[in-house]
Design a protein around this ligand. Sequence first.
Ligand SMILES: N[C@@H](CCC[C@H](N)C(=O)O)C(=O)O
Length: 325
Amino acid sequence: MKMIKVHGSGNDFFILDEKQVDKNLSEEELKELARRVCDRKTGLHGGSDGILYVTSGHDDSVVGKMRVINADGSEASMCGNGIRTVARYLSEQNNLTDFKIETMYADLEVKKAKDFAPKVTAFDAEISPVSFAASDLKMHIGGKEKLFNEVVPELSKTLKFSAVAVPNPHLITFVNHDELMGPELGRIATYLNNGKNPIFPDGVNVSFVEILADNNIFVRTFERGVGFTNACGTAMSASSLIYSLLYASHTDLEDLITVRNPGGMVNTKVHQREDGSYWMSLIGNATFVAKVELSQERALIGDFTDAKWVATTEQAAYENFVGSL
Ligand SMILES: N[C@@H](CCC[C@H](N)C(=O)O)C(=O)O
């Protein structure tokens, strides 16, 4: 089988196109493959945050479909950093620059953006649909229908949280720099992703956000199904939305927002449709790190000894770009 190691802001994945497998994968094998390949200690070349499984779409209105399998084998409805890399993959395969990709809940518009730097290819992805409803978030807080800038005493006595599905679930709080770097994010997110808590029994992506300046924020995320990540695209989009609602006197809809993260940076824009609903543009790198060819049978038992890894020169270019920020 053949895969491509990719990342967006250091949030790394293996793209697996269903056309590149040795033998069709069952649902259980796909999840097992993700658990084996992504493991940071025993996985393929240092593992990854997930697998992006590319298949054909429901009809010709989309160029393909992306499924997101987290490192623990769970499936997510969307991945903002991942969809940019899948957009690049499908763009190069089909010689297109502006098209739609099917995801679990929506067909999303993607387009090529201006390179961030030489050899740092960028794509712009629609992040949508957005919902604040507790039912869409699978959130249970004393019968509340939504959570917007409120203390949740079970989580923290002081931090105020907002929850939004984009459409994967996110819990966001604005913090100072010490809180951003401190232990609370890990403590709260580990609890909320333990599979036993009554608030988010299915887990949630948790982000701490520091405001650096107007339209300039830093987002640190603990992802459901993964743990701490260099960056989470849907989290940065959701954080930009909450920023624009909470700090409306410092930003306007459609403003370009710079979002820094531990793995680099992206730009976002928050838009509102005539019916009042929100959507975001997420613009960032879509880096191809390496092409890899390996035995599918061996990968499924965690044996990567025969893997042929051919690195591109893009990672060095990306590191230069991050160094220049
Ligand atoms: N890294 C992704 C989000 C991946 C899914 C997430 N872990 C979930 O379970 O919702 C992104 O860039 O958005």
